[in-house]
Design a protein around this ligand. Structure first.
Ligand SMILES: *[C@@H]1O[C@H](CO)[C@@H](O)[C@H](O)[C@H]1NC(C)=O
Ligand SMILES: *[C@@H]1O[C@H](CO)[C@@H](O)[C@H](O)[C@H]1NC(C)=O
Ligand SMILES: *[C@@H]1O[C@H](CO)[C@@H](O)[C@H](O)[C@H]1NC(C)=O
Ligand SMILES: *[C@@H]1O[C@H](CO)[C@@H](O)[C@H](O)[C@H]1NC(C)=O
Length: 433
């Protein structure tokens, strides 16, 4: 199919209904405790890293003081192991009193005072995955109300210790219960991950109507193997998954592990790029207090963030798998622009991949290429062959402007102008940032 036709078809296919809470029209961004901090509750011996209000306060300070919030990283999300092992006398969940002495409302206020948002975690079932009190069907309303009363902004609903028929009742019921509180609360559903992530067991039309985002697949771990396994699954199933995504309703391939221990800088750029192609939520799970400047610059790259946050909200696809081990990914963006990622599965040396935009099905015309990680811009005709050098397990990522016939193009994120293209005196589009 011609790219322009495909783009049009995709644009039509995302005119579907999303959960009507007005939230997360672009993929949510922030920080989430789980991958890095797990169920570390040993505050005696590991006070800086245990699941306690101090950890979330520290991360909120970093998000608001180190330039993250301005880029869109606003959610600070608690995961499992925050609660007391017992509900209170009125049957409500309560935080562990030693580790959250100020209570959740105070933590929520701390976030809101800094322009951040607070997320919390629960589990549709008898227990959470970590063995804390779960939300059985009879507890759904009271738990939704408790989170709303506390001023929580997002809720992740895990699925340990429940069966398929309980989940079928529980996830839609929670959506209704959150809505009934009157507080807009972003709703993340782990339901599909517990049902294999694919139809017919998973109904993505229904999920889009009841959840803002959902986990389709297993938990990410701090290794390239894990990241690659997730990439493989999501792109092997891209026909089903891309059609399910759109503003207010996102597939969630899980957290960014950039800044942790398992990924090289090339692999970190690969995770960031492919999460942007997938229109994935960007939740970092790392230590923002000690993160390296290399990891920070990848996570704070404005161009890759603006691609991730493109308002059309179309989830991109893998368009080519070469025998050489090079793969090409593509995402259509607003203003007739697009993103391209050249990814290498090789393990030898930087691979010089030669192609042209025409070979990648682009309509004829002259384009401006903006290399997301080097910041270089180039003018390129569709028919001109080019070579990209792609490092082993690394990427080259491009923002590709609309063809030059349209002479002023601007790219925005969150209402803020990031840059614009004008044609120069020779009719060649140039980027101004
Ligand atoms: C609840 O749902 C209604 C109808 O779909 C919607 O108009 C409203 O904004 C929702 N409210 C919240 C708080 O999510
Ligand atoms: C699911 O669990 C409930 C108990 O909560 C039980 O009544 C029901 O039979 C179970 N359903 C299946 C399909 O296992
Ligand atoms: C999937 O959910 C949609 C929307 O809730 C519903 O209309 C449709 O019948 C469901 N499909 C199946 C196969 O259950
Ligand atoms: C995108 O391209 C189409 C077809 O070439 C054109 O009709 C439309 O005006 C363009 N849209 C923008 C925002 O440039």
């Amino acid at each position: 199919m011609h790219l322009a036709v495909l783009l049009f078809a995709l644009a039509l296919s995302v005119v579907t209904f999303a959960l009507d809470n007005g939230l997360m029209r672009t993929p949510p961004m922030g920080w989430l405790a789980w991958e890095r901090y797990r169920c570390d509750i040993d505050c005696t011996n590991d006070p800086k890293n245990c699941i306690s209000e101090n950890l979330f306060i520290d991360m909120a300070d970093r998000l608001s003081e180190d330039g993250w919030r301005e880029l869109g990283y606003v959610y600070v999300n608690i995961d499992d192991c925050w609660s007391s092992k017992k509900r209170d006398e009125e049957g409500r969940l309560q935080p562990d009193p030693k580790r959250f002495p100020g209570g959740i409302p105070k933590l929520a206020r701390y976030m809101h005072d800094r322009g951040l948002k607070l997320g919390i975690y629960g589990d549709m079932g008898t227990y959470t995955c970590g063995g804390y009190p779960g939300t059985t069907l009879d507890k759904i309303e009271i738990d939704a109300q408790t989170f709303a009363d506390w001023g929580v902004d997002m809720f992740k609903f895990d699925g340990c210790y429940s069966n398929a028929s309980e989940q079928e009742q529980g996830y839609p019921l929670m959506s209704k219960a959150l809505n009934a509180t009157g507080r807009p609360i972003g709703y993340s559903c782990s339901w599909p991950a517990y049902q294999g992530g694919l139809p017919p067991k998973v109904n993505y039309s229904q999920l889009g109507e009841i959840c803002n985002l959902w986990r389709n697949y297993g938990d990410i771990e701090d290794s390239w193997d894990s990241v690659l396994n997730i990439i493989d699954w999501f792109f092997e199933n891209q026909d089903v998954l891309s059609a399910a995504a759109g503003p207010g309703r996102w597939n969630d391939p899980d957290m960014l592990v950039i800044g942790d221990f398992g990924l090289s800088m090339d692999q970190s750029r690969a995770q960031m790029s492919l999460w942007a192609i997938m229109a994935a939520p960007l939740f970092m799970s790392n230590d923002l207090r000690t993160i390296s400047s290399g990891a920070r610059s990848i996570l704070q790259n404005k161009m890759v963030i603006s691609i991730n946050q493109d308002p059309l909200g179309i989830q991109g696809r893998r368009i080519l798998k070469e025998k050489s081990g090079i793969e090409v990914f593509w995402r259509p963006l607003s203003d007739n622009a697009s993103a391209l990622v050249f990814f290498s599965r090789r393990h030898d040396m930087p691979y010089r991949y030669q192609t042209s935009l025409k070979k990648l099905s682009y309509p004829s015309g002259s384009y401006t290429i903006f290399d997301v990680f080097t910041g270089k811009t180039t003018a390129l005709k569709d028919s001109t062959d080019f070579v990209v050098s792609v490092n082993p397990t690394g990427v080259v990522m491009w923002y590709v402007s609309a063809p030059a016939k349209m002479n002023l193009r601007q790219f925005y994120r969150g209402g803020r102008l990031l840059g614009s293209y004008h044609d120069d005196e020779n009719g060649i589009p140039r980027v101004f940032l």
